[in-house]
Design a protein around this ligand. Sequence first.
Ligand code: CA
Ligand code: CA
Length: 500
Amino acid sequence: MQEKGNAMRRLTMPLAGPLWLALMLCWGCGGENGSQGPADAATSGSTTDLGSAGGGVGGKDATGSQSASSPDAAPDPDAAPGDAGSNASDAGGELADAGGAQSQPQQTVCKAPVAATNPGNTCPDQSPAPLEATVVGSGLALPVWVTAPPGENQHIYVLERGMGAGGDGRIVILDRDSGTEVSTFLSLPVASTSSAGSELGLLGLSFHPDYPADPRFFINYTASGDFGTETRISAFEVSAADPFVADADSEVVLLRFDQPQSNHNGGMLAFGPDGCLFVGTGDGGGSGDVGTGHASEGNGQSLDTEHGKILRLDVDAPDGAAPGNLEGAGIAHIWDWGIRNAWRFSFDRETGDLYIGDVGQGEWEEIDVEPAGSGLRNYGWPIMEANHCYNAASCDQAGLTLAVDEYPHGGGDDCVVGGHVYRGSAIPSLGGYYVYGDNGSGRKVRAFVWDGAGRCGDQTLELSDQLTVDGDILSFGEDGLGEIYITTSAGTVYRIEAAP
Ligand SMILES: [Ca+2]
Ligand SMILES: [Ca+2]
């Protein structure tokens, strides 16, 4: 493990077992900045800074070499008509059944948040079972997300970001076991570039909690529009004729706003336990949250812009403020602010707690944990970068919520990719662990358990030796069963499983 200069410590908690000894644990806090990573991280600043965000999407400036596999590499939906067709039919039946079973929707309406009553997770007394990353799908074009509709346990919906001319964003449905491509659910033009490291394109997808009874799903993407390059949060509907094909003409734009620079576009969408749609945005782009399109105090701190926020929408009344949103702000949709680039966040499907992976500038990456229902928080950017003053001359920390986990750049780390709390059933010993990673060349996957006040034992597990992947990590995702997936710039989708 390569975190040489960082404040790494081996486990000191009384945990036994050979595996546990093999795991390196990170002591997230306290490292020195010394280990600045690659030049690009510190310097660059501008545009592609830190792959930032993008984490997304593609990673570091093109270096990756990854053959970001061409869009052509994606399987042809028509190639296996027989099988795919019958799969689709079968699953269609399952979907219908699932819909019927959900006759008592509990999240139909976006409601005022209810503060968490859970005290945090119980700290585990032993290590997770040995893990491995199993290939589920390959040959995809920049897969940046994996999810599934409510009640759908056999298929996963994978987002292809889209790249360059003709490289539409695409939602492709795969069989979770065979990896067979069932259909293209939706394909749409997106504002993008030919760069694999671009942060533009189709970035987020979330189904209505009452889907398919409510046929809507929601996407977060960049488009060319009145604002130039803009972010759109749009609703689409599944087609009436086929549960595996969306109605491409059903778009309703709920929210749109400009993107002053091509990077830092956030991209995440997820329904919270309150039935409201949460949206992760970035600070607008560039570097340091300054320049054209940035408020004097930084977009992260400005309450007059969608940039640098966790937004919260009532999808049935998207123009107004969802109940419980920040009052008195210049825009109606603010839930949290002080965010640099919320490429990926997630709700713990058991507790409703919110975990945010906020991509850092040049030195520190962070994970924030927000107990269910307790938003209206200022996470600090650009006053602070994780738990360190970004601008020491004006580093007033009053009222700021600090990171629960952080790590410095270096050793292949330079861009956090938020993940999920494991609540699946296949790996009981991983239950309660928040699994996340980094988009950098180290391709690291890490995990910690949040106990309500911080990380259990102040420790983060380093899992990279077990969860090895090709290509840089673009995203994590969950299927209907709560199993966790990893997507990479090599065009591969992996599922985290217990090693045999
Ligand atoms: Ca931007
Ligand atoms: Ca922060």
